[in-house]
Design a protein around this ligand. Structure first.
Ligand code: CU
Length: 144
């Protein structure tokens, strides 16, 4: 009987640990992208028609990596290069191509297209190393 008690206690502990799992759920990808992605999480700024967003560009990722927005939203991006090399914030869909030296920061505005649901952005120099991300209006799609 004592052994069963220990078994049940161990099972309860295992369940409790599984219960903690949502911490990693934050880093699941809301939309898919071609190639490698260094995922540093998702931020939701979709509640307002205009928002300010701080994005960290580092070696070699963007944080946040995924940004939930609403169609047509005007987003003022404060890009900070916290890495040790030059990075860019580039996107055909968001019509932006900004280059930033290490340690610098820059502010610019992008407008989310009113059609489409996922818009990829990347660093021109390090996209192949996983330095990319996406703005999205709906989860489950594919950013291009
Ligand atoms: Cu880069």
């Amino acid at each position: 009987m004592r052994k069963l008690g220990i078994f049940l206690a161990a099972s309860a502990l295992t369940l409790a640990m599984v219960g903690v799992a949502p911490a990693s759920a934050k880093t699941t990808k809301p939309v898919t992208l071609d190639g490698k992605v260094n995922n540093k999480g998702t931020k939701d700024i979709s509640k307002k028609k205009a928002a300010t967003l701080e994005i960290e560009a580092d070696d070699y990722y963007f944080g946040p990596t995924f940004v939930k927005v609403q169609p047509g939203e005007k987003v003022t991006i404060e890009l900070k290069n916290e890495g040790s090399t030059t990075h860019t914030f580039t996107s055909d869909k968001l019509k932006v191509d900004q280059q930033l030296s290490a340690g610098k920061s820059k502010k610019f505005t992008v407008t989310v297209p009113s059609s489409g649901t996922a818009f990829q952005f990347h660093c021109d120099f390090h996209e192949g190393m996983g330095m990319q991300g996406a703005f999205f209006t709906k989860t489950g799609g594919k950013a291009s």
